[in-house]
Design a protein around this ligand. Structure first.
Ligand code: SF4
Ligand code: MG
Length: 334
């Protein structure tokens, strides 16, 4: 399987500078990760751990105060790896939406509220493609796309406020995928929806992936959503990935103490026992502890954990973890 996205030692910080002070919030703190084609990845972790920033950064949307301070972001484009941190704005614009599609958090507002949905689709498509024949180049593909995704044609005539929150979200996702992007980055697309609408959005993303054979990276703190949709999972903590495995394996055999807490705190059918969540709260990304970032909360903390940072390494086939309980590998502290 080919990797469609690779980051190497990626660091992306929010930097706040005043004449007397410089504050760095290390939201993505030295991340090297490979994302395979044709898979749904789930990125999980408590809020404030860097999930959204990771997505924004790899999507090429880092804007001040967020800055990429180190590392590379490679996408496989037409068989060649392209480092998007080195592209000009024009080169990047060509990749955006046709190759990389981003569905931001609270994307309900992505539709223009004062025009009908069909006009939003038209504005979007014409911004990227030359339309010669309205019927053949726009109407037909649009209807085919909505049909394939099981969306009713009536949405086209509606204004966004006439649609329910769940339907608006599905329409936004249909819009973001109409150009058949190779990779879709979605930030909390089911948050703020009721359970029925959530299920419809998850099904829609699954349908898109099986139709278009693209890669989806889905960020959500909701482990139940991941269990439902993700092929593979990445657990994020304090700006780094601490565990990566296929979803079933991760839920059955979590290796990192933090992942164990995340999974252990999930309610199970018929189980009324008290659930333990991780003690304490995540560290401030502006003031990370030395060594393993989880050590102040970890019940298994050892001396080495307080000084050295564990590297993310494969300890079982296709299962990576960054914890000294599982591997002695460490990364250089800077
Ligand atoms: Fe706990 Fe040490 Fe593993 Fe960090 S490296 S998770 S502190 S045992
Ligand atoms: Mg977020």
């Amino acid at each position: 399987m080919l990797n469609i996205l690779k980051t190497e030692n990626l660091k992306s910080y929010y930097i706040f500078e005043t004449p007397t002070e410089k504050k760095e919030v290390k939201a993505v703190n030295d991340v090297s990760i490979d994302i395979e084609e044709d898979k749904i990845y789930g990125v999980a972790g408590e809020s404030g751990c860097g999930k959204s920033t990771f997505l924004k950064t790899v999507c090429g949307l880092a804007e001040p105060p967020l800055r990429i301070v180190g590392g590379t972001i490679y996408y496989l484009v037409n068989g060649k790896y392209v480092d998007i941190t080195k592209l000009s704005q024009e080169e990047y614009r060509k990749l955006r939406w046709e190759y990389i599609s981003y569905i931001p958090q609270g994307s309900m507002s992505a539709l223009n509220p004062i025009i009908r949905v069909k006009e939003s689709f038209k504005d979007f498509v014409t911004a990227h493609k030359k339309i010669k024949d309205d019927q053949k180049d726009f109407e037909e593909p649009l209807r085919k796309h909505l049909n394939a995704l099981g969306l009713p044609m009536r949405v086209l005539k509606s204004y966004p406020h006439q649609l329910s929150g769940g339907m608006r979200q599905r329409v936004t996702i249909a819009l973001a995928t109409i150009l058949n992007p190779r990779i879709i980055l979605a930030d909390e697309p089911t948050t703020a929806l009721d359970v029925v609408a959530q299920r419809a959005v998850i099904q829609l993303l699954k349908d898109i992936q099986s139709l278009q054979k693209n890669t989806i990276i889905l960020v959500t703190h909701d482990m139940a959503v991941h269990a439902n949709i993700a092929d593979r999972m990445l657990i994020m903590y304090a700006g780094v990935f601490v565990e990566e495995a296929d979803t079933e394996e991760l839920f059955e055999n979590p290796l990192h103490p933090y992942t164990k807490f995340l999974i252990g705190s999930l309610p199970k059918m018929g189980d009324k026992s008290y659930k333990v969540s991780a003690p304490g709260s995540p560290p401030s990304l502006a003031n990370l502890p030395q060594g393993c970032p989880f050590h102040p909360r970890c019940p298994y903390v050892m001396d080495i954990c307080k000084n050295e940072r564990p590297a993310l390494v494969e300890t079982k086939p296709s299962h990576k973890v960054s914890c000294f309980l599982n591997s002695k590998e460490r990364i250089q502290n800077d």
